[in-house]
Design a protein around this ligand. Structure first.
Ligand code: KIV
Length: 271
């Protein structure tokens, strides 16, 4: 098996060296293989699975079993990557024993190398428990989609001095609890820069501007599979959704006109 370039100590080292890196959120074997072939070495199996794949409006309904299933699909093909699995809504932070058992499943059953949890100082206790038991944890603050209902939508976080102070305090609490990195989602560039300067672990931004240590995007968004999702922080590097629609239209047209199947697509009794 090829050696993995990334492990937990690597994250602090990368920050020290000022080495910018990329992470992709994806959910199955094919996109994982494409990401590895392109040179990405850190993959997140995000609970955005709910909105990108399962057709839900929020991430609240994803289950542990859904996440373990998809994490297995990724680890089966991403043999050179550091794979992080997202802990679903209420699978941590309610009962610490449950949190340890659930996080442990990602490592022992699904072959992940770490888990991600959403929240700041309020979940520092459970983060410490996980880390103490040998489960590496990536934090996630700013717009935390699992708190969508309380926040009242996907809103930019960290605005104004109180917003910035809260995120800095959350990041410090997570670092003290032992996270190896922190995702900053939908955070103003100024506040993201302040958080990034404050902590010794890398910040991984999505909609958090340029002054973070790393960037993460969702594979499906980056390649344009979801044509109706176009927030301003996203850059689409391909239009696979449009390409797929025209391919299917062409198939329909070819079947109705009799162009498909053609002679080269059929089997004969006598080859
Ligand atoms: O679920 C997810 O894909 C995520 C990333 C967008 C950070 O949490």
């Amino acid at each position: 098996m090829p050696a993995r370039a990334v492990n937990v100590p690597w994250f602090r080292e990368a920050k020290k060296k000022g080495e910018a890196f990329t992470v992709l959120s994806l959910y199955e074997a094919w996109s994982a293989r494409i990401a590895e072939e392109a040179g990405v070495r850190i993959l997140l199996v995000g609970d955005s699975l709910a909105t990108s794949i399962q057709g839900h409006e929020t991430t609240l309904s994803v289950t542990m079993d859904d996440m373990v299933y998809h994490t297995k699909a990724v680890t089966r093909s991403a043999v050179r990557s550091f794979v992080i699995a997202d802990m679903p809504f209420l699978s941590y932070g309610v009962d610490e024993t449950d949190a340890v058992r659930n996080a442990g499943r990602f490592l022992s059953e699904a072959g992940a190398h770490a888990v991600k949890v959403e929240g700041g100082a309020e979940i520092a206790g459970v983060v410490s428990r996980l880390v103490e038991r040998g489960i590496p944890v990536l934090g996630h603050i700013g717009m935390t989609p699992q708190h969508y209902l309380r926040i009242g939508g996907y809103r930019v976080q960290g605005r104004g001095e109180p917003g910035a102070k809260r995120l800095v305090a959350d990041a410090k609490a997570l670092e003290k609890a032992g996270v190896f990195g922190i995702v900053l989602e939908l955070v103003t560039e100024e506040t993201a820069a302040r958080v990034t300067k404050t902590v010794g672990v890398p910040t991984i931004g999505i909609g958090a501007g340029r002054k973070v240590d790393a960037q993460i995007l969702v594979f499906h968004d980056l390649v344009g599979l979801n044509t109706s999702f176009a927030p301003n922080f996203l850059k689409r590097y391909a239009e696979l959704g449009e390409d797929a629609t025209s391919a299917v239209k062409q198939f329909l047209a070819d079947v109705s006109s009799g162009k498909f199947p053609s002679e080269e697509n059929v089997f004969h009794n006598n080859p």
